[in-house]
Design a protein around this ligand. Structure first.
Ligand code: TTP
Ligand code: CA
Length: 472
């Protein structure tokens, strides 16, 4: 335990809110998606499962198969000993078919397509997303949420992924990347662990030392020989001894065990859309409150787009009415723009349809994004700007919610599909959009300012966008 710090002293105002998302038995989950009969069955995915084939390795095993001792990287021959193939035992009266499993070969392109659906949702949820593998990403959500909201937010993220894509994620939220990773692993599968600033040392105290980020089995054995069995032991160990024994890496794992990790989540991958939403304390039909909130969210989303050098072609809103009916409406412009005032104006116009309705929650989204300028390298993009512009966003929660709940989708559009125009009050859009300079000579802002905007949204405080209302 920590004798040097008082509880809560890690909670400085600068503590980031880092989320680590890691899909559960990912390849197996993908196989189950297209073959639901595999649900609940021991399932092994890997190479070398052709009849008679014993060469190869396990890529992953479902949690049911792990109970038989089958796990990633195990030789196929060993996996088959522990868990025979059902097909091999089904006609053998001496073998128990219930103690056998299903084997499927790896199909990377399919897993990648499922992964990109998950990543689209993640990119929508945070300004800063670092995709680190096919089934894993870090999100810095410091500007999106407050610690008090972290659990509910993470729960929502998990259920949105599950509903939209059909695969389960484990999520960890913590003030550092290393702690968030440990947190996401801690309660797998279907885990959700939030470790607030000031709780990190307590959280780590009793964990086996090999759960610390960067501690593998070999290091764990060496640490054990020093009497260090838990992460708490490591945090309390003599740093000089660790440095002598393990060099710089010794100091690194020592710091991680103490909840100290200066690494920042840096983005990788380009978002498909940007959105922000905000709930009212209780459902309201106060038109000013609804409009103020939408205005703040629109400003916030437009700021994020500007800060990411993103142009958008579709602007939409989400309105949640009691009990929990989700309505989305969107309008597409003739071309991509970076026009914050337009985001607000379109959002407010779309909101008019809900005049008189009691509303629990509102959201604003820009989509059909393109990244035609600015510092592409800062986004570390794998995708070309053009590729991004073409990307459909049909897996976003906005789209999903619309398709599953929307009552009258007259004005709705998919990001890549044709738009049903015809809102009289939107006349003049084309002229405005055409008039908007499609080049990107708006210089990007350094800071997103999202946190401030969120606060504005939460408090119902209107923002400076008020003046543009007159132009409508
Ligand atoms: P992991 O996230 O390590 O494992 P997982 O998602 O299967 O299971 P968990 O619930 O514990 O997170 O790896 C992600 C995918 O990467 C996994 O589904 C298959 C692939 N993989 C391999 O192909 N070989 C390996 O040795 C490992 C570890 C993973
Ligand atoms: Ca995983």
């Amino acid at each position: 335990m920590d004798g040097e710090r008082l509880p809560g002293t890690q909670t400085d105002d600068g503590a980031r809110i880092v989320t680590h998302v890691d899909m559960d038995c990912f390849y197996a989950a993908c196989e189950r998606l297209r073959e639901p009969a595999l649900d609940g069955e021991p399932l092994v995915v890997g190479m070398g499962f052709e009849p008679g084939e014993t060469i190869g390795a396990v890529a992953t095993a479902s949690y049911e198969a792990r109970e038989y001792g089958v796990d990633s990287a195990m030789a196929i021959s060993e996996a088959l000993e522990r868990l025979p193939r059902k097909i091999d035992v089904v006609d053998d009266p001496d073998r128990d078919v219930d103690e056998a499993g299903f084997y499927r070969p790896v199909d990377m392109s399919y897993y990648e397509s499922v992964s990109s659906e998950v990543k689209a949702i993640l990119q929508e949820r945070a300004d800063v997303v670092r995709e680190v593998s096919i089934d894993e990403a870090y999100l810095d959500v410091s500007d999106e949420i407050r610690w008090e909201e972290a659990e509910e937010w993470a729960e929502q993220l998990k259920s949105d992924i599950e509903d939209a894509v059909g695969v389960a994620a484990s999520v960890g939220v913590a003030p550092t990347m290393s702690a968030a990773k440990v947190a996401s692993d801690h309660d797998k599968p279907d885990g959700l662990v939030v470790v607030e600033p000031g709780e990190v040392r307590d959280f780590f105290a009793d964990l086996p030392v090999d759960e610390v980020h960067g501690v593998g089995p070999v290091t764990a054995a060496e640490l054990s020989s020093l009497g260090i069995e838990t992460a708490g032991d490591l945090a309390d160990a003599d740093p000089d001894t660790l440095a002598d024994r393990f060099g710089e890496r010794g100091m690194e794992i020592y710091r991680y065990a103490r909840g100290e990790d200066e690494r920042e989540v840096t983005p990788r991958g380009l978002p498909k859309s940007l959105s922000r939403e905000s709930a009212f304390a209780s459902a309201t039909s106060d038109e000013d409150a609804k409009r103020d909130r939408v205005r703040s969210l629109a400003d916030s989303v437009a700021d994020r787009a500007t800060s990411k050098d993103a142009l958008y072609q579709t602007i939409g809103i989400k309105v949640v009415t009691p009990p929990y009916d989700v309505h989305t409406r969107a309008h597409s412009l003739p071309g991509p723009v970076d026009e914050p005032s337009l985001v607000e104006e379109v959002a407010l116009d779309l909101l008019e349809e809900f005049e008189g309705d009691r509303v629990r929650k509102v959201g604003v989204r820009v989509s059909k994004l393109s990244f035609s300028g600015g510092d592409q390298s800062s986004l570390d993009g794998f995708e070309s700007a053009a590729g991004s512009a073409e990307s459909a966003d049909s897996t976003s929660s906005f789209e999903r919610e619309r398709s599953s709940h929307e009552t009258s989708p007259t004005n709705a559009t998919t990001d890549d599909g044709p738009v049903s125009e015809g809102q009289a009050s939107l006349d003049g859009f084309e002229a405005m959009a055409d008039g908007a300079d499609r080049s990107d000579d708006d210089s990007p802002t350094d800071s997103t300012g999202d946190g401030a905007d969120d606060e504005a949204a939460e408090s119902g405080r209107s923002s400076e966008g008020q003046s543009t209302l007159g132009e409508f």
